[in-house]
Design a protein around this ligand. Structure first.
Ligand SMILES: Cc1cc2nc3c(=O)[nH]c(=O)nc-3n(C[C@H](O)[C@H](O)[C@H](O)COP(=O)(O)O)c2cc1C
Length: 791
C-alpha cells in the first residue's frame, strides 16, 4: 500500500528519489495546505427555512457546491422529545405520539419543518426546530430552577463580555442556561496553544480570534441567541457601540486582563448606569458593582480611590502592579497566586490560570449574572467561591520556626562595673558640661548602622564617656557575631572624635579597654590641651559633613573622576590596616551584581532572615515616627512595583512556595540593576577579624563616607553578602537553614575571583558609590535620652 502511494507520487512529480523528491513533495504539500486552508473569520451560521422556495434553492446550491458537507437530521427525535415534554404526566402510546407530531407538522413535510442551520466553519448542516419550539425544548430542564416567566425575561437580556478566558466559560454557561437573549463578545486576541489549558476549544481553532471561537460554540448550542463580535476588543471608537447599540447592555462582565481597560470600562459602564460583574480566577473571587443602582459608586469598591484611566497613562507594567494588588486584594489572594506573581517575568511569562478555576468561575459568574438579570441580587460586593477553603487540604503540621528572643539590654550596673575596670589615663581628664557632652553625643549617634539599628549605649560616668555594644540591638542573622554593629560603633567613634575636635577639645580613645569579650567598645577622656596619645587631627573640616551624611540608594552609571576615587581610598587607608578594593568595569559590576542579588535572594527566602528583614522595615510614616529606628520604606528608593513586591514578601507561605520551586529570580534583580547603575563598588577590609578590627574598619568607613558626602557622592552599603559569608565561613552557617548555607558557600568562589580576600579578612563594608540625585527621606534616630545613661 505504502509502495503504491510512493509510486504514484513519483509518477506525478516525475522525480524518483533523493533530496529533489523530498523538496517537490514539500512544495506540493504546501500548495495543498494553502488550498485547504479555510478562513478563521467565519462565525455566523446560515439558516434555511425550506418552506420558502428561495431558501430551499439556496440550500440546494449549498449542498451541490459542497459535496463534503455533512448533514445531521434528527428532527424526528426532536419532535418526539417536544411532544413528550409537553405531556409530562404520562407515557404516550406510539399512535398518540404520531398524532401529536402530525399535528405539530400541520401539513408540512418534516423537510419543510423547522430550520436547516449550516455551520460553514465545520461544514455541517443540522436540522433543528424553529425558534419558539427550539427554546421551549432546550430550556425545558431549567424549569423550575428557572420559571417560565423568568426564562422569558432572561431571553430579553443583553450581556456584554470583555475577555474570553473566564469570559468564554461564562458566555457558554449563560448561553446553555439561556439566561440572556443577546450577547456581545469582545477580545482582541487569537487562540494560542498556551490558552488551551483553560479555554474550551479544539486545536483546529489555533489562530482563530477568541471571540469567534465563543461565537461558534454558542451558535452550535443555540443559533437563535443574538451574538455580536468585537474581534478588535473594545476601544474608544467601539465602546459606545458595544455598550449601547441595539439597546444598552443589562450587564457588563469584565474578564479582560488589562488594568487600563478595566478602569476605562468601569467609567463608561458607570456613566451609562450598567452594572459590572467580574470573576477573578483565584479563590473564586467575584465582584459585583451595581452602577445601575449606585451611579456615584467608586469603581472597584473604592479600593483604588476613584482611579481615572488617565492616571495609568504612561505607567510601566511594574508601576501598575500596586494597583492590581490593591484591586484583587493582596492580603486575600491565594498563596500560590501571590508566589506566582513574584515569579511573573522571571520563571513564568504571565499569571497562571487553571481550567478548574475558569470552569468554576464561569459557573459562579453565570449564576450571579442570572440573578442580577432577574433583579433578585441587587447589592454590590466582593465574594469568594473558594473551593479550597470549603474543602481544605489535609495539612501536615509544619513545625513553627520561632525566633530566638533578643538578649536583654545591658543593665546599668554591668555598665558601671565594666567602666570601673578601665585603666585611668595618665593625664587628668576634663569634666564635660552636660551641654558639651550632649552636643558630642548628638554627632556620634547620627552615625550609620546596619538596618538603622543604632546598636549603641553610652555611659557618662564621672570624667569619662563610655560606648557599649547594645547586644539587644545587635542580634541579627544578617550580622555575624555583631561585627556589623561594631562597624557602626566605629563610625560613631569617628563622629565623636571629629565633633570633639570641632569643639576645640582633645581626646584619648581606648578601644575594648577591658577585652573584646566584654561589650564595652570604647572609653573616652577629654582635654582642653594637647596630651600624649590623643587622637590625631585628620581632616577636622569633615565634622561639617556629619549632620548631612546619609545613605543614598540612588545611582547613576557615570565613572568617578580618578581624583575623587583617590580621595576615598586615602580616607580609608588613613586608618592603620584598613584598605579598599574598587570594581569599576561593566563586566565586574555585572558579575558582582549577580552575586549580591543571589545573596539578597537567600536572605529573602530563609525564614529567619526574612523575618528579621521585614522587622527592620517601618511600613508607615506613623511607624517611622514611633520607632525612630529601622528602615523607613521611603528611604529605600523603591519604585511602586518593587514596593508592592516588598509587601508581598510579608507572606511567608508564598515565599516558601517560591523557595520550593527554586524561584525567586525577581529578588536578584534589584541589586543586580542597582550595581550595574553605579559608578563603582568598593569593599573595605581589615587584615584580621575581631571586634577591634571591625571597629577600626568602621572608623575608616565613616571617613570614606564623610569624604564622599563632601564630594557630593552617594554611598549605599550592601552588606548582606559579605556578612552572610562571614556566618558561613567562620560560623559554620549557624542560625541559617542548611540549603541557605550551602547556596551561600557556592557564591563564595566567584566572589573571591572579584575580590582579593581570604577567610581571615574582615570584610567591613561592601558599598556602591555614584554621583546621584540627593535623597529626600532621611533615617531618624532614637532620642539621646534613650541611649545615654548618666551615672
Ligand atoms: C555596617 C553597615 C551595614 C549596612 N548595610 C546596609 C545594607 O546591606 N543595605 C542597605 O541598604 N543599607 C545598609 N546600611 C545603611 C543603613 O541602613 C543606614 O546607615 C541606616 O539606615 C541609617 O541611615 P543613614 O545612613 O542615612 O543615616 C548599612 C550601614 C552600615 C553602617
Amino acid at each position: 500500500m505504502a509502495d503504491a502511494r510512493t509510486n504514484s507520487r513519483e509518477g506525478a512529480s516525475g522525480i524518483n528519489s533523493g533530496p529533489d523528491r523530498g523538496a517537490a513533495l514539500l512544495i506540493e504539500l504546501d500548495e495543498l495546505c494553502a488550498t485547504h486552508h479555510h478562513g478563521s473569520e467565519m462565525w455566523r451560521p446560515r439558516m434555511f427555512r425550506v418552506a420558502n422556495a428561495d431558501e430551499a434553492e439556496g440550500l440546494i446550491d449549498l449542498l451541490r457546491c459542497g459535496p463534503e458537507i455533512v448533514v445531521f437530521d434528527t428532527l424526528g427525535a426532536q419532535l418526539r422529545e417536544l411532544v413528550e415534554t409537553r405531556n409530562p404526566g404520562r407515557t404516550l402510546a406510539p399512535g398518540e405520539l404520531t398524532a401529536h407530531i402530525r399535528a405539530l407538522l400541520a401539513g408540512k413535510t418534516p423537510m419543510q419543518f423547522g430550520v436547516w442551520v449550516y455551520y460553514p466553519w465545520s461544514r455541517r448542516l443540522v436540522h433543528i426546530l424553529d425558534r419558539a419550539e427550539f427554546i421551549e425544548l432546550r430550556t425545558n430542564r431549567n424549569i423550575y430552577k428557572i420559571t417560565q416567566n423568568e426564562q422569558d425575561r432572561l431571553g430579553t437580556k443583553k450581556v456584554g463580555i470583555v475577555g474570553q478566558s473566564v469570559g468564554q466559560s461564562v458566555a457558554l454557561t449563560m448561553a446553555m442556561e439561556r439566561s440572556l437573549g443577546e450577547i456581545r463578545l469582545a477580545d482582541f486576541d487569537t487562540l494560542g496553544l498556551s490558552n488551551l489549558n483553560r479555554l474550551r476549544a479544539g486545536l483546529h481553532n489555533l489562530g482563530v480570534p477568541k471571540v469567534y471561537i465563543t461565537a461558534r460554540e454558542i451558535a452550535e448550542i443555540d443559533p437563535y441567541i443574538v451574538v455580536k463580535c468585537y474581534p478588535d476588543g473594545v476601544a474608544q471608537d467601539t465602546i459606545d457601540d458595544f455598550l449601547l447599540s441595539g439597546g444598552p447592555l443589562d450587564l457588563l462582565i469584565d474578564e479582560c486582563d488589562s488594568l487600563d481597560i478595566k478602569v476605562w470600562l468601569r467609567h463608561h459602564a458607570r456613566h451609562h448606569r450598567i452594572p459590572v460583574l467580574m470573576e477573578t480566577s483565584d479563590r473564586g473571587l467575584i465582584d459585583v458593582e451595581r452602577f445601575d443602582l449606585e451611579p456615584e459608586r467608586p469603581i472597584f469598591h473604592g479600593l483604588v480611590g476613584d482611579l481615572h484611566p488617565q492616571e495609568l497613562r504612561g505607567l510601566s507594567t511594574s508601576d501598575k502592579i500596586p494597583y492590581v494588588l490593591q484591586i484583587i486584594g493582596e492580603p486575600t489572594i491565594s498563596d500560590r497566586a501571590r508566589a506566582s506573581m513574584l515569579e511573573v517575568g522571571n520563571s513564568i511569562k504571565t499569571w497562571p490560570q487553571l481550567a478548574s478555576a475558569v470552569t468554576i468561575g464561569g459557573g459562579a459568574a453565570a449564576d450571579v449574572a442570572r440573578r442580577m438579570n432577574l433583579g433578585t441580587l441587587r447589592q454590590s460586593g466582593r465574594y469568594w467561591v473558594d473551593v479550597e477553603a470549603i474543602i481544605p487540604n489535609s495539612h501536615e503540621p509544619v513545625p513553627a520556626c520561632e525566633p530566638s528572643p533578643p538578649p536583654p539590654p545591658l543593665p546599668t550596673g554591668t555598665m558601671l562595673g565594666l567602666a570601673a575596670m578601665v585603666p585611668r589615663p595618665s593625664a587628668v581628664p576634663l569634666h564635660l558640661t552636660p551641654v558639651q557632652r550632649d552636643r558630642l553625643l548628638a554627632a556620634a549617634i547620627v552615625a550609620p548602622s546596619g538596618g538603622n539599628a543604632q546598636p549603641w549605649r553610652w555611659l557618662a560616668h564621672k570624667d569619662r564617656l563610655h560606648l557599649f555594644l547594645d547586644r539587644a540591638r545587635a542580634a541579627s542573622l544578617a550580622d555575624f557575631r555583631g561585627h556589623g554593629a561594631v562597624v557602626a560603633l566605629g563610625a560613631a567613634v569617628e563622629n565623636l572624635v571629629l565633633a570633639a575636635h570641632a569643639e576645640g577639645l582633645e581626646l584619648t580613645t581606648q578601644l575594648f579597654p577591658v577585652g573584646e569579650e566584654h561589650d564595652l567598645a570604647a572609653s573616652f577622656a577629654f582635654y582642653d590641651r594637647a596630651v600624649s596619645g590623643a587622637e590625631p587631627h585628620w581632616h577636622d573640616e569633615l565634622a561639617a559633613m556629619i549632620p548631612v551624611r546619609h545613605t543614598n540608594r540612588k545611582s547613576a552609571r557615570e565613572r568617578l573622576p580618578p581624583p575623587a576615587l583617590a580621595e576615598l581610598v586615602a580616607a580609608i587607608r588613613s586608618i592603620d590596616g584598613a584598605d579598599v578594593q574598587f570594581l569599576e568595569e561593566d563586566a565586574e559590576l555585572a558579575a558582582l551584581g549577580e552575586l549580591v542579588g543571589a545573596g539578597d535572594r537567600l536572605r529573602f527566602l530563609d525564614q529567619s532572615c526574612n523575618r528579621e528583614l521585614l522587622a527592620e522595615i517601618c511600613w508607615t510614616p506613623e511607624e517611622v515616627e514611633r520607632r525612630r529606628d529601622g528602615l523607613a520604606l521611603e528611604t529605600l528608593e523603591l519604585g511602586r512595583g518593587d514596593r508592592a513586591v516588598l509587601e508581598m514578601l510579608r507572606s511567608w507561605p508564598s515565599l516558601q512556595l517560591v523557595r520550593t520551586w527554586g524561584g525567586g529570580r525577581g529578588f536578584v534583580k534589584p541589586s543586580l540593576q542597582a550595581i550595574a547603575q553605579s559608578a563603582a563598588v568598593g569593599l573595605i577590609t581589615m587584615p584580621r577579624t575581631g571586634h577591634v578590627h571591625y571597629l577600626l574598619g568602621g572608623r575608616a568607613m565613616e571617613r570614606m563616607w564623610l569624604t564622599a558626602q563632601a564630594l557630593g557622592l552617594a554611598v549605599h552599603p550592601m552588606t548582606t553578602l559579605p556578612y552572610l559569608f562571614a556566618r558561613v565561613q567562620r560560623g559554620g552557617g549557624e542560625g541559617l537553614d542548611r540549603s541557605t548555607a550551602e547556596e551561600a558557600r557556592r557564591l563564595r568562589e566567584p566572589y573571591r575571583r572579584l575580590f582579593d580576600v581570604t577567610d581571615d579578612t574582615a570584610e567591613v563594608l561592601l558599598f556602591r558609590v555614584s554621583r546621584a540625585e540627593p535623597t529626600e527621606a532621611r533615617a531618624l534616630r532614637r532620642p539621646l535620652a534613650d541611649v545615654l545613661v548618666v551615672a
